[in-house]
Design a binder for this molecule. Structure first.
Ligand code: UD1
Ligand code: UDP
Length: 360
């Protein structure tokens, strides 16, 4: 059996790595590893190959950036050539990015079964490009691998039956568990001159937060305010960097608000583990902080990962700057939620997925 595994952007690498490792250990499925090139900067792509010990991609599609249509179309055109050339039995896609959508569309039209890892997540907000990618990918997928029980209900509601749904747990947590000890060796805290639990870690990259200058500036002003009492570490996503660098008047940069380049996986795991609070609009970071037991304030009005709120350390604070400031101060005064780890977020998800795929 031969399966393609597709990656394209930062949050894909930690989801693909455990499955590639699992199949290489088992030797049961030949993997064709394809990188679409949706993310291409060294600190958004190559660093994860090093940190996660990923093999070099067999095929690199070099699609780069563009509008949604341009990017999706370029992945489709290039990926279709791969599928027509190679004799593959299954296409495995992860997450909810444009590359995920594009490759599942190509697979479905070429009558190749598609497996979607992280299926069934729904924010019920179609203003998020990812929500459209999730819905279309799931409807086209023959194997919907889910991370949490409510995903099954979401899929059933859209007409996807039990025979296509496999509750296997969270593969991103396989990577976290595998690398958390190695992350201890990172010297990122010394490099940034911060003490354990003595800083706030921030990531923001959702278009709804960073593409509108007024909205982004008001959130940025909250970070400045928080940095008056705590060091704030902000690894800046390239989408966000564009606005920080182009806007006038320039964004002020007090020394306790440390704007840094995106960091590698091991450095970021260490930064998350020892941070007092994480402030983010990332999808994956809501999950990782839950497993690490670190309070997470999610700067969004909804989440496709409600289990991180119900069971985990996540709090949805919305996008109002005043609400974010109040929520951060509350957590800083140690008013914290109790939390537990969601079922099957146990580091063994890749094995459960491989068991299903071997029977395809
Ligand atoms: C994409 C995903 C989003 C995911 C995020 C993870 C879609 C629709 N969005 O958003 O779901 O949460 O990745 O980080 O698929 N850029 C660079 N260097 C790079 C990559 C991007 O400079 O290596 C800049 C380009 O100016 C580009 C912009 O970032 O136009 C946005 O990149 P894109 O991949 O389109 O979307 P993300 O915001 O990264
Ligand atoms: N991450 C990282 N370095 C950073 C920021 C994030 O390694 O500077 C990791 C993080 O631990 C998680 C993944 O990248 O595993 C999340 O990616 P991102 O927030 O870009 O995407 P999303 O999950 O929102 O789709």
């Amino acid at each position: 059996m031969k399966a393609v595994i597709v990656v394209g952007a930062r949050p894909n690498f930690m989801k693909a790595a455990p499955l590639i490792r699992e199949f290489s250990k088992r030797g049961t499925v030949d993997i064709l590893f394809v990188h679409t090139g949706q993310h291409y900067d060294s600190n958004m792509s190559k660093v994860f190959f090093d940190d996660l010990e990923l093999p070099q991609p067999d095929i690199y599609l070099e699609v780069g950036s563009g509008t949604h249509a341009e990017q999706t179309a370029r992945v489709m055109v290039e990926f279709e050539k791969v599928i027509m050339r190679e004799d593959v039995d299954l296409i495995i896609v992860v997450g909810d990015i444009n590359s995920t959508l594009a490759c599942s569309l190509v697979g479905a039209k070429q009558h190749i079964p598609v497996a979607h890892i992280e299926a069934g997540l729904r924010s019920f907000d179609k203003n998020m490009p990812e929500e459209i990618n999730r819905m279309v990918t799931d409807i086209l997928s023959d194997y919907c691998f889910t991370t949490s029980p409510e995903a099954e209900t979401n899929l059933n509601r859209e007409g996807i039956g039990e025979e296509r749904i496999f509750f296997v747990g969270n593969i991103m947590i396989d990577s976290l568990k595998y690398y958390i000890e190695k992350a201890e060796e990172s010297n990122i805290l010394e490099k940034l001159e911060v003490e354990k639990k003595g800083y706030i870690l921030v990531t923001l990259h959702r278009p709804s937060n960073v593409d509108k200058p007024d909205q982004f500036r008001s959130l940025y002003n909250v970070l400045i305010e928080l940095s008056e009492s705590n060091t704030v570490i902000f690894p800046v996503h390239p989408r966000t960097k564009k606005i920080i660098e182009s806007e006038t008047p320039p964004f002020s940069r007090p020394s306790s608000l440390k704007l840094i380049e995106p960091v590698g996986y091991l450095d970021f795991l260490k930064l998350m583990k020892y941070s007092g609070i994480v402030v983010t609009d990332s999808g994956g970071i809501q999950e990782e902080t839950t497993v690490l037991g670190v309070p997470c304030l999610t700067v969004r009005n909804n989440t496709e990962r409600p289990i991180t709120i119900e069971m985990g350390t996540n709090t949805l604070v919305g996008t109002d700057p005043g609400d974010l400031l109040r929520a951060a101060r509350k957590v800083l005064t140690r008013d914290r939620k109790n939390c537990a780890i969601p079922p099957l977020w146990d580091g063994k998800t890749a094995g459960r997925i491989a068991d299903v795929i071997e029977k395809v």
